[in-house]
Ligand binder design. Structure first.
Ligand code: FE
Length: 135
């Protein structure tokens, strides 16, 4: 996979302020505010930073957390997992493998019948491309 390397100035210019804060500065959007929290529309969720295909609507579920939640990434290795020890917690950070953008965190309290993972993702790190998926 070709990685994308841009300067922080380039990212700041290209992204909306809320997207820059999340993708490049590890911010978290307030719960229940993002545009995709309750979205059920079929389609593919792409990285708002680099358009890589990250998640599919088929894997989206209603977690009640206030953030779009998925049981898995669209393809293996598109979402990189890193240990995040910020804010006095040990969490697993989800990062776009292509552009290094922060997406959210991964927890192990997802639906048991679907692997048990919960990818808790910021809406503004994603762009939904509507359409039928062929998962
Ligand atoms: Fe990306």
């Amino acid at each position: 996979m070709d990685k994308i390397a841009k300067t922080e100035d380039q990212w700041r210019e290209e992204l909306a302020p809320d997207q820059y804060a999340v993708l490049r500065q590890q911010a978290t959007e307030p719960p229940f505010t993002g545009r995709y929290v309750d979205t059920k529309e079929p389609g593919v969720y792409r990285c708002a930073g680099c358009q890589a295909e990250l998640f599919r609507s088929d894997d989206k579920f209603d977690s009640g957390s206030g953030w779009p939640s998925f049981t898995d990434a669209a393809v293996a290795d598109v979402v990189e997992l890193r240990t995040d020890t910020s804010h006095g917690m040990v969490r697993t950070e989800a990062v776009c493998a292509k552009c290094g953008g922060h997406l959210g965190h991964v927890f192990d309290d997802g639906p048991r019948d679907k692997g048990g993972m919960r990818y808790c993702i910021n809406s503004c790190a994603l762009t939904l491309e509507s359409g039928e998926t062929s998962a």
